[in-house]
Design a protein around this ligand. Structure first.
Ligand code: F0G
Length: 456
């Protein structure tokens, strides 16, 4: 049996990517003020900024696009998607939204009140920001292993049930519901086990609280359960996904990830308790409940994507992709969050630039170096993203200096990953040439998107 796990698709339509020279990239990065968010995508060779909305659609999805029913109310495309979501989640109620954060905004805007506390393993940035915007406090309760890059554990996305119990006992009246992100993006794309999900659901339900999944990468999580959790090896991944949804009482979903589409999302709920408020908010800010900020064709593509993502051959290849790059990084002596997650590899910049002081932003410096060396765009998850400059000029720094390389779905082949591994190894070899930066201009919030830097 050949051991190589191949891409389980062939390529029908191609989009050229542009090789640039190093002097060109130096100029382009300087013009972008040393901030890769400010680069034009066409000046990037491997764009691994995010896996969100950036993947390739299948022939079946493109064909479905032509079947889109663009009726304002009651479109056929809505009912098709509704049937798929119901079959997958088992939830009775469903509204489409234009992307994940719209589902979050509508849910939180309907349910959350000032003073509320919402636990999760780790809330994603937009989730966190939207909870705060509604006066609620997001509380991250991931297990200890989830915060240690080098510690190997099969389910580093698990939530710490003791801390959840403590929260419910002490401040239960402040908790409107619990959330959990599958897989845990902020913590390295790490999965949550079924056992942990069940324990969390039971705990919440005993206190009369519903559980909502942040389900963006539910299929990758289900595949990890199949591969790692005792008792699931022979269970079809769709059945595992159904079991995950079945333990919860609803979900928010960015279909730009495991929905396999370039735009779309939804909010689905088991009970009708919040439905009226949700529908009203949806109509106010997204659109009529049968299209929710999307075109009919988008609903069609999502319906197909939600089925295709549960193909086990695809998922096996998908998880193997990150693992493969991880193996190459190991050979090069480059550290990363272990084990590799579902959608991305998170390089530990301190293992490449051990001598660079945090004031020079090593993960940002490494992000820039990957672009300069090989035209690769990743994203810094370190002190530029999570640090702050306080009013008094004092800086705070983040505990980890990571560079996330997130992989668009069905887009890049093995040779792209071989190339990336070579680029990263070369950067590590010439680490002494990697220059740190200082921030010369920044906004008060989410400064990483727009800050201007200079070489330190
Ligand atoms: N929840 C998680 C876990 C996410 O990763 C994201 C988006 C969202 C919610 C919001 O969804 O973008 O459709 O509004 N993550 C992207 C990323 C942006 O790069 O990780 P959205």
């Amino acid at each position: 049996m050949p051991k190589t796990l191949i891409e389980p698709f062939r390529i029908k339509s191609v989009e050229p990517i542009r090789m640039t020279t190093r002097p060109e990239r130096e100029e382009l990065l300087a013009a972008a003020k040393l901030n890769v968010f400010q680069l034009r995508a066409e000046d990037v060779l491997l764009d691994w900024l995010t896996d969100s909305g950036t993947g390739a659609m299948s022939t079946r999805q493109w064909a479905a696009i032509m079947l889109g029913d663009e009726s304002y109310a009651g479109a056929r495309s809505f009912y098709r998607l509704e049937a798929v979501v119901r079959d997958l989640t088992g939830y009775a109620h469903f509204v489409p939204t234009h992307q994940g954060r719209a589902a979050e905004r509508i849910l939180f805007g309907t349910v959350c009140k000032p003073g509320h506390v919402v636990p999760s393993n780790c809330h994603f940035d937009t989730t966190r920001a939207l909870l705060e915007w509604n006066g609620a406090e997001p509380r991250d309760l991931v297990v200890r292993e989830g915060l240690e890059p080098a510690t190997v554990h099969p389910f580093k996305g698990n939530i710490d049930l003791d801390r959840v119990e403590d929260l419910l006992r002490r401040e239960g009246e402040r908790v409107p519901f619990g959330m959990i992100t599958v897989t845990n993006n902020t913590g390295g794309g790490q999965p949550v086990s079924m056992e942990n999900l069940r324990g969390y659901a039971n705990l919440l339900h005993r206190h009369g609280k519903p559980l909502l999944l942040d389900a963006c990468r539910f299929a990758e999580n289900a595949m990890f359960v199949k591969m790692r959790e005792p008792g699931y090896a022979d269970v079809p991944v769709k059945q595992i996904a159904r079991e995950m949804f079945g333990l919860a009482d609803g979900c928010t979903m960015s279909a730009k990830k495991d929905g396999m589409v370039n735009i779309g999302g939804f909010l689905a709920l088991k009970s009708d308790e919040w439905l009226e408020g949700v529908r009203n908010m949806l109509i106010l800010t997204e659109g009529f409940p049968t299209y929710g900020g999307l075109a009919g064709r988008d609903l069609e593509a999502m319906a197909v994507g939600l089925e295709e993502v549960l193909d086990e051959q695809y998922l096996r290849y998908r998880l193997r992709t990150a693992e493969y790059l991880g193996e190459k990084l190991d050979e090069a002596g480059v550290g990363f969050v272990r084990p590799t997650g579902g959608h991305a590899v998170y390089i530990d910049a301190r293992t490449v630039l051990p001598d660079m002081p945090v004031e020079r932003y090593p993960a940002w410096a490494l992000t820039n170096a990957l672009y300069l060396e090989g035209g690769i765009r990743g994203v810094e998850i370190g002190s530029v993203m999570f640090g702050r400059r306080r009013e008094d000029g004092e800086e705070t720094f983040h505990a980890m200096e990571l560079v996330r390389l997130a992989f668009p779905r069905r887009m890049y082949t093995q040779s792209h990953f071989d190339y990336a591994a070579e680029v990263i190894a070369d950067v590590k070899k010439n680490a002494r040439d990697v220059r740190g930066v200082r921030i010369v201009k920044q906004s008060r919030t989410l400064r990483h998107f727009t800050c201007e830097c200079a070489w330190a």
